[in-house]
Write a protein of this length. Structure first.
Length: 149
């Protein structure tokens, strides 16, 4: 398994884990809403229902974000490489190594630290379409691309 495939697998596991967690939260909130019965403490009941509704809306928003991540990940092709930075590229620079896929943060694989970023991230946008030896300026630092895999 090459490094792109390992990174992709980590991304898949991350997205699937998030998805399961959100679905579990949604189901739990649905169950709680269904089990809420009108009690003599009417205001307390309404407050509880309102809080559950807010939690459901929050989970719904999270579900949209994770679904978009899953769709973005589905467009990543680990079997091809390009001279130009594109979705699915591993980008080695003079400061760090990046995997352009989804916003996931940093992970360590085989002793190397990778920043898994999306094409919508500020640094991801700067790197898209760049090639080896190109320099991008990010947060007042010049970052030189040394390898694109």
């Amino acid at each position: 398994m090459n490094i792109k495939q390992k990174l992709y697998k980590h991304c898949q596991e991350f997205v699937n884990s998030k998805l399961k967690s959100i679905e579990k939260t949604i189901q739990s909130n649905k169950d709680a809403l269904n089990s809420e019965t009108k009690s003599s403490a009417g205001d307390k009941h309404e407050t509880g229902r309102a809080m559950l509704q807010l939690e459901m809306e929050k989970a719904g928003q999270q579900l949209i974000i994770v679904t978009e991540m899953k769709e973005q990940l589905a467009r990543v092709n680990c079997d091809t490489s390009s001279k130009k930075v594109r979705l699915g590229s591993v980008i080695k620079t003079n400061t760090a190594t990046y995997f352009l896929a989804i916003s996931m943060g940093q992970i360590k694989i085989d002793g190397t630290l990778y920043f898994v970023i999306s094409t919508d991230s500020p640094i991801g946008k700067l790197m898209l379409g760049k090639e080896v030896n190109d320099v991008v300026s990010f947060r007042e630092n010049d970052i030189k691309i040394t390898q694109v895999i």
